[in-house]
Design a protein around this ligand. Structure first.
Ligand code: NAD
Length: 303
């Protein structure tokens, strides 16, 4: 019977699926030494973001055939070390797309209607019907930066809100955008025409601070920026200055340059709302992330 080692908590349905393929051991919060001992005779390692599958860990494994990351990013797996040993690395990049898209729309609606601020006011015992006048999404232009899995889910939903969608993504085929009725344009042009801007690109040296002082200066005074991708895509200092000086309408962020944010002045602004990196934190995304990789592990171990 193959041994399957699970070292981060994954959905129960995924554990049940894995039991079809071998003996399952769930052991979380292991030290490096404990993990090196347990992985020695394991055929599969199933992790989320907590476990670091470093070269040291991978080298300690004698039988390992597959490392499964329940979720998107595989930055906690040493891919070179795994490839050298012929270990297959699998993940579930689609699992959280809808959850992230829904959170981005939630932040757009919450910002546009000041929902968190009005809730806080109501809970203070106030009945302030003047301070929280908002704006509709209907008829507005949404600029999507990065028209990949999540960007496309947002585009579909934005259509239902009656929004015009434009996008910046130099790498997707023009037909993909065309078939969705989306106009592709350069990032600076997108900044000029959009009432809402939402980012869905990976963080790379090329995308770091891609929304900076220059881009923000092109935006309309009502523009709301949403980021559920990665902190670092937006220059937070420039964003703070723009919101503080009423150059743009506000921002909703799920991700920050430093997480958790420490003494981040954005958190002091009325027109700023945020969540603690919760894009994939839904029952459905967690279940899907676990079961999708479990199915792949079952197949790989069956040969
Ligand atoms: P994806 O790979 O499907 O799409 C990314 C898109 O960005 C691609 O279409 C690509 O062509 C485009 N792109 C790459 N470089 C670009 C550049 N320089 N300029 C413009 N476009 C560029 O990825 P996805 O699954 O849609 O995820 C998008 C982001 O969301 C990732 O950064 C991911 O880490 C993040 N994410 C966040 C959470 C969360 O919890 N908040 C959860 C899942 C994913």
């Amino acid at each position: 019977m193959p041994k399957i080692l699970i070292t981060d908590s994954i959905h129960d349905d995924a554990v049940e699926l894995l039991k079809q393929a071998g003996t399952v051991e769930v052991a979380t919060d292991l030290t490096v030494e404990e993990l090196k001992e347990k992985i020695k005779d394991a055929d599969a390692l199933v992790i989320r973001s907590g476990t670091k599958a470093t070269k040291e860990i991978i080298d300690a494994a004698d039988n390992l055939k597959v490392i499964a990351r329940a979720g998107v990013g595989v930055d906690n797996v040493d891919l070179t070390a795994a490839t050298e040993k012929g270990i297959i690395v699998v993940n579930s990049p689609d699992a959280s797309s809808i959850s992230v898209a829904e959170l981005a729309l939630g932040l757009m609606l919450s910002s546009a209607r000041n929902i968190p601020q009005a809730t806080a006011s109501l809970k203070r015992g106030e009945w302030d019907r003047k301070s929280f006048k908002g704006m509709e999404l209907y008829g507005k232009t949404l600029g999507i930066i990065g028209l990949g899995r999540i960007g496309q889910q947002i585009a579909k939903r934005a259509e239902a809100f009656g929004m015009t969608v434009v996008a910046y993504d130099p790498y997707i085929p023009v037909e993909v955008a065309k078939n969705m009725g989306i106009e592709l344009m350069e990032v600076n042009d997108l900044c000029k025409v959009s009432d809402f801007i939402t980012l869905h690109v990976p963080l790379t040296p090329k995308t770091k601070h891609m929304i900076g002082k220059e881009q923000i200066s092109l935006m309309k005074p009502n523009t709301i920026i949403v980021n559920c991708a990665r902190g670092g895509l937006i220059d937070e200092e420039a964003l703070y200055d723009a919101i503080n000086n009423k150059k743009i309408g506000g921002a909703g962020l799920d991700v920050f340059e430093e997480e958790p944010p420490k003494d981040n002045p954005l958190l002091t602004l009325d027109k700023f709302i945020g969540t603690p990196h919760q894009g994939a934190s839904t029952v459905e995304a967690q279940k899907s992330a676990g079961t999708v990789v479990a199915e792949q592990v079952v197949k790989i171990l069956a040969g």
